[in-house]
Ligand binder design. Sequence first.
Ligand code: NAD
Length: 328
Amino acid sequence: MNKIRTAVVGLNMGLEHAYAYKLADRSDLRWVVDLDEEKAAKVAAELGCNYTTDWTKILDDIDAVSLCTPHHLHAPQSLTAIAAGKHVLLEKPLANSEEDCLNVIRAAEQNNVTLMLAFVVRFLPAIRKLKEAVDSGKYGKPISAQGWVEAFLTPAPGTWFASKEKLGGGCLFSHGCHYIDILLYLLGEPNRVSHFGTRVGTEWMEGEGTSHGIIEFKSGAIAHLTTSWGMRYKKPPAKFHIHLTEGFLELDNSMWTVTAISKDGTETLYQRPPEYPTRRGQNVLFEIEHFLESIATGQRPETDGHEILKSHRTIWSMYGSQGVPVTL
Ligand SMILES: NC(=O)c1ccc[n+]([C@@H]2O[C@H](COP(=O)([O-])OP(=O)(O)OC[C@H]3O[C@@H](n4cnc5c(N)ncnc54)[C@H](O)[C@@H]3O)[C@@H](O)[C@H]2O)c1
């Protein structure tokens, strides 16, 4: 097997990519890159690869790159990598505007390179099991889904993620995009949406730090998602609950266990098996392997630009929705 020469740019979330490339059989991790040279040198020493602060200088030595940088850099950096003929695994989101998203998608198609979005949650085995259970029909038709994405971010005023323009919105776009994508994956095409966001408790952010969104699907099912970076104390019941006409499905908070309740009683449909050790990079390895396989076989990655644009468009519609004022 010819190994694919890889690099990772941006070494915070990108660290997980770098560890996963190190684990992946198809990958030859050649470079790690960060503007912080000390950080890049440390990671390179840990993983036995080269490091640099300028990723544009290493393009001749790689076939594929993970871009794990702030959102406003996603479109320009992807376009540079694609123009050089490199395959791109881009951290979410694709870009902060529809126009930038379409430019990146078109560039990848014109240059015949693989463009995949790093929607890590999609590739988790428990999500695959949940999808299989919903699609099986055994539990009937989906009626209602609820998701809880509750986190606390240390206030960081002045950073790129405090800026609405650089982040591309608030926590729904930045973090909730994974779970909007999962709702579309599980429940199909959306029909109508509504959304409320607040900055209460996350005033350091320009965009919403807490979001409540509702989606009505073409099937008639409805879903509600809470996303927050302001939940200092939390006790979410699960990541997802799905009520169906003949049953109930739950994905737990760790996203490793799927439980079903139906006339047959309560069953555990999936649990973390021993072949997936709790090692660094393991969760990202599922998506990295799909990316490398897509490059090797020429197949369309499941989370390509077109697929991911659907969830971005859903969020942009949510941001555009307006509630009805109440008069008491
Ligand atoms: N999938 C997930 O669960 C998840 C979690 C966190 C972040 N992310 C995504 O990862 C990306 C990065 O987020 P983060 O939280 O790691 O951001 P961050 O700001 O904490 O880290 C970004 C890193 O990129 C480096 N960097 C910035 N510009 C660079 C450049 N031009 N060349 C080289 N290095 C550069 C910075 O020095 C920094 O070390 C975002 O797209 C974010 O949405 C995904």
